[in-house]
Design a protein around this ligand. Structure first.
Ligand code: CP
Length: 317
């Protein structure tokens, strides 16, 4: 197996099955730190630098929480407007990263431009973790999604996934690549103007993923073991920041999952994942059903990110 030591985590395209399994095992080994709410000292000599050019609640804070749980240090920015990259100078990624690499041992980057973390990785001598790049990918979120499914259903093979939402989303790209490494059948449901591009379909076929498209959640939910949701009413991920718009529409019923739909049509063991934040596609009364797993993901996010940081920084093999 390739070593994780010093590796950039930019995409799930090149992740192998056994690498998912290895991350999951390390995440479970490190779980006591999070479960017992007890910080250790595994990374006490290491520093995480967060470079977030776009807003985030979960990704940045859980990466920082993972570093704290392992006794490491954290520095960085959550708003590029307070750096030279976001003011008059519009400092380039190259120049910024050539500074940041001396301030820590690993950089977690979110950016509104697709490929920005890849550009950073060209210049940095320390690992770069892609925490979401424009409409590109969100590899760590999907590692958490796959870990959650593996823990909840006991396997990733032999499952039917129903994926609902905007197929331009970075999570949809990463999960497409991830599903192709397992024996998974995927059904995609999206509005016509947010459906999978021909290029992405060709790519998934080249990766040997078995998939089809359907018109509505209702049409496809009965077969699903995993229901993976994203909003269709949402921000433009190619912008650095999008303020709330007045008068945005409601989600059409074809792209929602309701409590009634789950009661009448879903498999008893089906689980729902959502990377969050949500809009009205996933009503809050679903939270109290046996199907909801999106809050468990907040906990799992710390486990998986502890595993990644430990592996990249050589604290575990
Ligand atoms: N899941 C996720 O990427 O959420 P944040 O935007 O809050 O980080």
């Amino acid at each position: 197996m390739r070593s994780f030591l010093g590796r950039d985590i930019l995409s799930l395209k090149d992740f192998e099955r056994h690498e998912y399994n290895h991350i999951f095992q390390v995440a479970e080994e490190l779980e006591p730190y999070a479960r017992d709410r007890h910080n250790g000292d595994l990374l006490k000599h290491k520093t995480l630098v967060t470079a977030f050019y776009q807003p985030s609640t979960r990704t940045r804070l859980s990466t920082e929480a993972a570093m704290h749980r392992l006794g490491g240090h954290v520095t960085g920015f959550a708003d590029p407007k307070m750096t030279r990259a976001g003011d008059f100078y519009q400092e380039s990624i190259k120049d910024t990263v050539c500074m940041l690499e001396y301030y820590g041992d690993v950089i977690a980057m979110r950016h509104f431009q697709q490929g920005a973390p890849h550009e950073a990785a060209k210049w940095a001598s320390i690992p770069i973790i892609n925490c979401g790049d424009g409409w590109g990918e969100h590899p760590t979120q999907v590692l958490i999604d796959m870990f959650t499914i593996w823990r909840e259903l006991g396997t990733l093979d032999g499952l039917n996934f129903l994926l609902v939402g905007d197929m331009r989303m970075r999570t949809m790209h990463s999960i497409g690549y991830a599903m192709s490494k397992f024996d998974i059948n995927a059904t995609f449901v999206a509005p016509p103007d947010m459906s999978m591009t021909d290029e992405f379909k060709d790519e998934l076929r080249a990766y040997n993923l078995c998939f089809k498209e359907a018109n509505s959640t209702e049409e496809a939910i009965a077969d699903a073991d995993v229901i993976y949701m994203e909003p269709v009413v949402q921000a433009d991920y190619a912008q650095s920041r999008v303020e709330v718009e007045k008068g945005y529409g409601l989600t059409p019923p074809e792209y929602t999952v309701t409590r009634e739909m789950l009661r009448d049509k879903a498999k008893s063991h089906a689980i729902i994942l959502h990377s969050l934040p949500r809009m009205d596609e996933l009503p809050v009364d679903v939270d109290n059903t046996k199907h909801a797993r999106y809050w468990v993901e907040a906990y799992n996010g710390v486990l998986v990110r502890m595993a990644l940081l430990s592996l990249l920084l050589g604290a575990v093999e």
